[in-house]
Every structure is written in C-alpha cells, then in structure tokens.
Design a protein around this ligand. Sequence first.
Ligand SMILES: *[C@@H]1O[C@H](CO)[C@@H](O)[C@H](O)[C@H]1NC(C)=O
Ligand SMILES: *[C@@H]1O[C@H](CO)[C@@H](O)[C@H](O)[C@H]1NC(C)=O
Ligand SMILES: *[C@@H]1O[C@H](CO)[C@@H](O)[C@H](O)[C@H]1NC(C)=O
Length: 317
Amino acid sequence: MGTALAPRATAGRGACARLCVACALVLGACFIALAAAFWLRQRGEPAGVNCWRFPTSNSLFIEGRLRCWELGRARRATALVLDLHGYTVNSTQQRGLSRFEQVAGPGGALVAWPNGVRASWNAGSCCGLAAALGIDDVAFLRALIARLRARHPTIRHVYATGHSNGCMMAQRLALDAPDALAAVACMAGYLQAQPARIPAPAPVALLEVHCRDDPVVTFEPRAGEWPGAEANLEAWRQLDECERASRSTRWSNDSSTLIEYTRCARGQTHVRAALLSLARCGHSPYRPRNPSAHSSRGNETVTEVAWAFMLAASAAT
Ligand SMILES: *[C@@H]1O[C@H](CO)[C@@H](O)[C@H](O)[C@H]1NC(C)=O
Ligand SMILES: *[C@@H]1O[C@H](CO)[C@@H](O)[C@H](O)[C@H]1NC(C)=O
Ligand SMILES: *[C@@H]1O[C@H](CO)[C@@H](O)[C@H](O)[C@H]1NC(C)=O
C-alpha cells in the first residue's frame, strides 16, 4: 500500500506545482494587462493643470490631493460665482470663453475658476478620470466656497455656472449641496447624477442653455448617452416641484427660445426651472457661429443671460 501510494503522491505534488506556476503566470499576465490598460487610459486622458504652480492662497488639500483655482478680483464682493470648465480644458480657457468676470464683476461678483482632476469633473456618469476615480468634487467645491466666504465675508450669494462637463458638475452641486447655492445657470450639459429623492430636499433655481445643433451633448435625446434638453428641464421641474401649468415661453423666434416654469417649490418665488435653446452654435453657446442668430433676444451674450437669471433668483430671497 505504502509503496504504491508514494509515486502517486509525488505525481500529485508535481501537478500541483505546475498548477501553481500556471496560476502565477496567468495572474502575472493579468496584472501586466491591467497596468497597461491603466497606462493607456492615463495616456488618453488630458493632462490637466499642475496645481503646484498655483499660489498657496489658490489651492487646498482634500482627499489627499492638491486642488486649485484661478480667482478674479473684487473689492467688496457681494456674490461669488464658480465657473467650471468643460472636459479636456482648464480654468484659464473657461475664463476666456465665458468672460464671466467682465459681465458680473461690475455688479459685485467675485468669480472663481476651479480646476477638475485631469481636466474633468465627477458629475456622475460622465467624463474622464474624475468620474472613473470617484473624486468627490462636491466636497472640493464646498471647501472652496467655505474658503472664499471666510476670506470675503461680504459675499451674500453663491452661484454656479460652467460649460459641458462643468455644467453637469454645477447641476450635481445644486443636487448635492443645495444649501451652498442660490442658483445655477450653465451651458451645454445635463444632470448626470441620480437624485436621492424627488422633489429635492432643497430646490435651486436652474437655467440650462443649449444649442439645438450641439453635436457633442445633443439637444435631442440620444439613447444610452444623453437625456436631451427637454428631459433635463423636466428633471429639474420635478426636483424643484414646479407646477406643470406654470410652463411659459418668455420669448421665442428663429434664433432663441426661453422656456420657464415659474411656480415652483411651493410658492418660493425665486425658484424657477428654465431652458434657453439657441439655434446655431454647436457645443459652445458662448460664441454663436452665426452672429445674427445671437444667443438670446436682442444681442445679449449667454453669460449676460446667465448672470441676469442668477440675480433674479436671489433678489427674492
Ligand atoms: C490652460 O491651458 C492653456 C492652453 O493649453 C494654457 O495656455 C494655460 O496655461 C493653462 N492654464 C493653466 C492654469 O495651466
Ligand atoms: C428674437 O426676439 C427678440 C425678443 O422678442 C428680439 O429682440 C430679437 O431681435 C429676435 N431675434 C431675431 C433674430 O429675430
Ligand atoms: C445691443 O442692443 C442695444 C439696445 O438695443 C444697443 O444699444 C447696443 O449697441 C447693442 N450692442 C451690440 C453689440 O450690438
């Protein structure tokens, strides 16, 4: 018995060793493949800004990362506007694109242009490394607001705006940090995060501006990708508890249409849910390609429309 068993046990040990080697090889290959995939993914990502080059007054540590922002000037700021860049671009580019400081600065707004992680915001299901890594951008923006409010105690209202992925992030902020914001008015982006409940615990006035010919974040719904501008407005109608019957068209012609729900949030007059749609401007409402089809009634820029919406939203509070 004993002699008969011994070779078989040795053979068993040999098979086991071979199995172990095979397992190790497979695991090693998996690890290398994962590392390569991660490296390729990183390579495909935009670089983002180097926050170490920002002054310490314009950066903070959160979640073990250095985050940073550009800041406009204001003597005695009564308002703070966070202007969030789109995916693949940065604070400097957004600053030039929106010209928010030129528009809102004279009215007492301090404008900040924060930077996302690798040029992206974790707005929920969309865009780049920030979402893939689960970065808590709501926490970062809250910390930024707290920092700026502490330094500028005259600030009374805080607003968020932005473009594309930045607009998605502004809407997520309205959803997750409604106590921190008076209104959101932003361009070419939809809410990408799931609300915890409807209506929202605290309603926030919201205007979304969208070009009807946007080839990137489409105006019409696109299955599995974008809800479309009307569905986004409907989401905010529900979150803000606006009465269906209070839908009205403030103006409409070949170049632009402004739709608003005006009776929202159980009679809180400052809360509105609105959609400004523009005829021909692609993914950037800021610079309509066809100047005759300008952004709104008359000749205002969308930044001017956004700022007017923000001011109207806080005038009643
Ligand atoms: C943002 O990108 C532009 C264009 O690449 C660059 O000129 C600018 O310095 C960048 N801004 C920052 C803060 O890195
Ligand atoms: C669109 O309507 C507004 C307001 O009624 C008007 O001021 C503007 O000139 C019109 N634009 C065009 C292109 O018709
Ligand atoms: C915009 O319209 C106003 C009033 O109609 C006019 O005074 C102003 O010059 C116009 N601005 C531009 C840039 O066309």
